[in-house]
Write a protein that binds this ligand. Sequence first.
Ligand code: 4AD
Ligand code: MG
Length: 521
Amino acid sequence: MFTFYSKNAFSPNTNEINECFLVLIPLLSYILLIFEPHLLVQMKREKIADILSASEIGKSVLIKGWVRAFRSNRFIQVNDGSTIKNIQAVVDFENFDEAILKRVTTASAVAITGELVESVGAGQAVEIKVTNIDILGDANPDEVQKTVMQPKKHSLEFLREQAHLRFRTNTFGAVFRIRHAVSFAVHKYFNDNGFNYIHTPIITGSDAEGAGEMFRVSTLDAKNPPLNEDGEVDYKEDFFGKPVNLTVSGQLEAELAALALGQVYTFGPTFRAENSNTSRHLAEFWMIEPEVAFNDLKDNMDLTETFLKYICQYILDNCKDDLQFLNDREEKEQQSKPQIERNELTLIERLKFVTENDFVRLTYTEAIDVLRNSKPFKKKKFKYDVAWGVDLHSEHERYLVEKKYKCPVILTDYPAEIKAFYMRQNDDGKTVAAMDVLFPGIGEIVGGSQREERLDILKKKFADFNIPEEDLAWYIDTRKFGTVPHAGFGLGFERMVMFVTGMTNIRDVIPFPRTPQNAEF
Ligand code: 4AD
Ligand code: MG
């Protein structure tokens, strides 16, 4: 029988000992609670961002993060990714286990317990008076020396080589927190405005843009593919029974959904096998494509402008610390440049400029006139010719935005030949209801149009562009069953992130860039 609680089990002597414990145990617990709380209660880890914003002096806290620096065997700077700010943890090294302190090195992972106190030093309002340090993961200082985690200035090129480690730097921490915020703002804007998020396919049989820059997806044996009677690769034997590719745009599928749900958007990865090794092109990038039934080109421009302003305002309101860091970083870089090459506005001023000013709107034809009358054209400073009918190059777009109007520009009504087959033909018979949005420092950030909703004209376009109707029979179908005017656009997500972070190379705003000859990690 279990008799522990029965009266008989206790003698008078043991009663006295028990009384002693009754006093001692709470006393010991109290002492522990004050001085070594982590030994007594399972403390909950708090994020550094939350601790710094609440600043509850005297509170016991547990943080976990990575050591950014350890100065004078006393001041540990810890970052946990929740904010660009480090928290300072102060150790009384004379009374601390030396073996543990030796392992507190740059990049090592630690769990630190202590009391939050007001900081006497400059640079931070509060700091942690350390009571305990657990090493969660060691970092070998000799190895760290060779990486971007060594706390000193590194070139962006070197950081790109270590894309798996660059997340640990202030710059990339800020960039990727802002990238997240832009993504969230996109979904929030559309959700708040009654759009439905449509997941369009990544593997597709159609080339939406008709530019033929697609990556083939196949399970056929590349060395020994099955051949048809004509000696060509027999895709009937391939996984899908026909040739398929990675999508270049979700637009065509989004159109189908818009013609039922009214307002939709896609936001997914897109792939382009264009061999352009520029600071604005990726082979794998993300695109946001809204599509709205009953919208014409004017509505489309209004939606684009409101949406881009919303994203800039969202970042100004919600990413203050990261934005300020990138703003100051850019200002420092600018100082090493000749006056003429410096930005007129700082990063934050540029975002405010977008939110506070109307975009300039003009037609392609007007833009050609402006360009032909410009100084660089007359002095033959442009590399590419300017004449009605040619596609504009980045140098022309940047002249319009950065020199002439000093403002985002929406160019509309391009010649039909230089734009995709789905754009709506204008009454002049020469141009289509296209629109490109050009941004300072970026060039084209958005491409869109009103779509050709008239069946007969669409069919003629298929013929003009040599696209077999059977390839896109499902697309043509929508023009047979209650076709209506509709419009949409594509925003290059990384180009938007470039604009709001001030980064000048697109490889620095996507975690793992894919460019020609480069698919590392
Ligand atoms: O102008 P694009 O080719 O338009 C379309 O794909 C349409 N289907 C969009 C639509 O109307 N739904 O591409 C749209 C945007 C460009 O303005 C640019 O910002 C970005 O996508 N973009 C790229 N970004 C990074 N790397 C590349 N290779 C890009 N190509 C286009
Ligand atoms: Mg385009």
